[in-house]
Write a protein that binds this ligand. Sequence first.
Ligand code: ADP
Ligand code: MG
Length: 231
Amino acid sequence: MEKVSEILSELKAQNRSVLTEFESKELLAEIGLPVPKQILVGEKDGEEAILHACQTIGYPVVLKLIAEDVVHKSDVGAVKLNIQGEDAAKKAISELFAIECTGEKKVSVQEMADEPITEIIIGTLQDPQFGPTIMFGIGGILVEVMKDVSFRIAPITDFDSEEMVHEIKGFTLLDGFRGKPKADLEAIKRALILIADLAYEHQEIAEMDLNPVFVYKSGIKVVDARIILKK
Ligand code: ADP
Ligand code: MG
C-alpha cells in the first residue's frame, strides 16, 4: 500500500478531496482490483491525441468526460459507450466537449468491458460510531429502491465477506439466475476484503463508491469509482 500512501499524500498536498473517476480507478488498480484499461487525455492535447489513445486501447472503446464538477456522468451525457471506430469517436469527442462544466476538461478513453452477468456495488463510509464500514449490493434498483445491501465494520474476515455476499436478497442473481452462469463469488469476496482493508488502513478516505462493478463467471471489473477524502 506504499504507492497508495504516496497518491493520497500527494492529493492532500494539493488540498484536493475528491478523486476523479480516473484517479479512483488508478488507486484501486494499485491494491489489485481489476479495472478496464484507461488513458487520460486533456482537451488541450487535441482530438488527435484522443484518437491515438482510442487506437492504443483498441476499439470498441468507452469515452467519458472527466471534469471536476461532473459527478453523475450519464445524467449529462458524459459517458459514450461502445464506440466502434474513428468516425464515432470524433462525434463522441465533440459531444463530450460541448458539455458545460467548469475547470479543465479531460477525456478518459477506456476499454469497453464485456457484458457482465450482473452489476454489483461496493462502497465504504466512515460511520461516526463504528469507523470505516463496508457496503455491498446488487447494482441498479435493488440498491437504489429496495435498499438490498449488507454492511460490515472494516476490516473484514473471509467469513464476513462470505456472509455479506450471501445475505442480500439479490443473491439469486449471482447464483445462476435464469440459466446465466454463476458469478465468481471468490473474486467478489476478495474485492470486499481489499476495499475494507483500504478503508481501514487509510482512514483519511471518507467514502468510496464502486458503482458499478461488473461481475463475470471468472473475475470482476470495476468500471466506475469515486473516492472522497476527509476534508
Ligand atoms: P455515472 O457517473 O453516470 O455513474 P458510469 O461511469 O458508471 O457513469 O457509466 C455509466 C454506465 O455505463 C455504467 O453503469 C456501466 O453500465 C456502463 N459503463 C461505464 N464504463 C464502462 C466500460 N468501461 N465498459 C463497459 N460499460 C461501461
Ligand atoms: Mg456509475
